[in-house]
Design a protein around this ligand. Structure first.
Ligand code: AMP
Ligand code: MG
Length: 507
């Protein structure tokens, strides 16, 4: 089995990493563990040069955490590297092969416009994929141009960084460059490239690809690699592949519960957009809900509401089943026993999700103990918010004063009744008010990336070259649980005229 941490005893390794972190000056330290996988999983792919790259976003704290040379990357060197015009030292660019169920239909895909430069070994000794999205055609581009438009790349940068600040596992964004070239979508748009950073780009779709390809050795190599990279502690389990599936399912339940808790709608939960690392990945037509309505769908391509807010947990379970199917040849016993093992994991998911979600919602309500009646208490509040078309984020945030008069729904009799029951439940726990409030204020964001603000900031950048609104919004979103000093424009729900009903991937 592959050991990505090397063969040194844990203790020695830790000491070496610490001293390396202290002494090494920031530099590219690219490794290529993914290319140790059989050749079916990757193809060489070189970024295509662009005309006039300009750095318009650079994530300095992330560059620092990655151990990259922050100062030089913030200048002209960064524009060269993040556009793919110059390769950083040690880069060996490739495109990854994968498949996926897109809106329920199986397709062979692969990185059609994303190029992996390598895996940066961070000062903490971890590996992070460094990927250029929109860097030109690859062997998997099919009829696509391999490029990306500025609006969608800024959108991914903004929302992934907002998710990170909210404490939700996610890929990160290191940079966006404009290319000085146009891409044709609905007319000409400024072209751009996003540098995405992730724990890996292994997807459920990578396993589906291996299963479809039909070489049992390749599937096993992929599973071993995934274990080594993300779940090394499971490598020694009696049934490591079954353990991998079970752990992934449990983590996925937790991830979706966190999305639900902040009102995040991914929009395209195709199996190629589900990462084995447990990170949220691929921000296309994603959006945060303003008024609470579980039927909410934003994506312009989601005609049947497959990926609506209320469907995210069942769809995650459906996706988990696709992973389980792909892994069947590696699960213990003959086929019937393997199917039984897979089914157990899949059937556990709804309960795991329910528990994770209840945990999130209790925290949002300042509750510390689990009681059987909690689900009812939460459901009654949500029904009231839906009925009143109340803003999801603010309705929770404004609960933490504990005073009903401070709440926008104070005059609503259903809400008033609910508030009384909730206060009684809090009193029964007898925690100091300040403790309850502190917990609530770290679970209920004051600011989320509201669609109308996201859209106007992307428009200003794409249409007028004005990045001011984008950077101001990004700044506020990096501290989402902090309400003081945040201008109202960022916390107010949209006026009816400002409401965004549809989001576009725009690719
Ligand atoms: P996404 O919707 O970004 O998850 O992409 C789905 C698939 O389409 C992936 O295989 C992408 O690499 C591919 N793709 C998306 N946009 C393009 C493009 N402009 N050129 C080539 N391939 C693309
Ligand atoms: Mg994708």
């Amino acid at each position: 089995m592959l050991n990505l941490a090397g063969n040194l005893p844990g203790h020695t390794l830790l000491l070496m990493e610490q001293s390396a972190a202290q002494t090494k000056s920031p530099a590219w330290q690219l490794e290529h563990s993914y290319t140790t996988l059989p050749s079916a999983f990757h193809q060489a792919a070189h970024p295509e040069a662009v005309a006039a790259p300009q750095l318009c976003c650079f994530n300095r704290p992330l560059a620092r955490a990655l151990g990259l040379p922050e100062e030089s990357l913030a200048g002209a060197a960064g524009a060269g590297i993040f556009s793919g015009n110059t390769l950083p030292p040690g880069a060996r660019p490739i495109a990854q092969a994968y498949a996926g169920h897109q809106f329920g239909h199986f397709t062979l895909l692969g990185d059609g416009r994303a190029i992996l430069l390598g895996e940066q070994r961070t000062p903490e000794g971890e590996l992070r994929d460094i990927q250029l999205k929109g860097a030109g055609r690859t062997p998997f581009s099919r009829r696509g141009d391999g490029r990306a438009a500025l609006g969608p790349m800024l959108r991914e940068y903004l929302i992934s960084e907002a998710m990170h600040a909210l404490g939700i596992p996610t890929t990160r964004s290191l940079a966006v460059v404009t290319t000085g070239e146009s891409v044709l979508r609905d007319g000409a748009n400024p072209g751009a490239i996003l540098t995405r950073v992730s724990k890996s780009h292994l997807r459920i779709g990578t396993f589906e690809y291996a299963a479809a390809e039909g070489d049992p050795g390749d599937l096993r190599a992929l599973a071993d690699y995934t274990l080594a990279r993300h779940y090394p502690e499971l490598s020694e389990a009696p049934q490591p592949y079954a353990a991998l599936l079970a752990r992934f399912g449990a983590d996925l339940a937790g991830l979706i519960a966190r999305w639900q808790a902040v009102g995040f709608i991914h929009g395209v939960m195709n199996t190629d957009n589900m990462a084995l690392s447990g990170e949220t990945i691929d921000y296309g037509p994603c959006a945060f809900m303003d008024a609470y309505n579980p039927e909410t769908v934003f994506s312009s391509i989601d005609h049947h509401g497959r990926y609506a807010y209320r469907k995210q947990a069942p769809i995650a379970q459906w996706n988990l089943a696709r992973l389980a199917e792909a892994l069947l040849p590696l699960l213990p016993g003959q086929r019937a026993a393997a199917i039984d093992c897979a089914n157990q994991v899949i059937e556990r998911f709804p309960k795991q999700y329910e528990e994770a979600w209840l945990g999130q919602m209790r925290t949002k309500l300042g509750l510390f103990e689990a009681k059987a009646e909690d689900a009812g208490l939460i459901d009654r509040l949500l029904a009231c918010l839906q009925e009143a078309r109340a803003d999801y984020t603010n309705s929770f945030r404004l609960l933490s004063t504990l005073q009903i008069e401070d709440h926008p729904l104070a005059g609503n009799p259903t809400f008033a009744k609910w508030h009384g029951a909730w206060r009684l439940r809090l009193e029964a726990e007898a925690k100091p008010e300040s403790t309850v409030q502190a917990q609530m204020d770290t679970a209920n964001p004051a600011v989320i990336p509201r669609n109308h603000l996201v859209e106007t900031s992307l428009q200003a950048a794409s249409e007028a070259g004005d990045f001011g609104p984008f950077h101001s919004l990004l700044q506020v979103l990096t501290n989402p649980y902090q309400a003081e000093g945040v201008p109202d424009t960022y916390t107010k729900p949209p006026e009816p005229s400002e409401r965004v009903y549809q989001t576009f991937c725009g690719t």
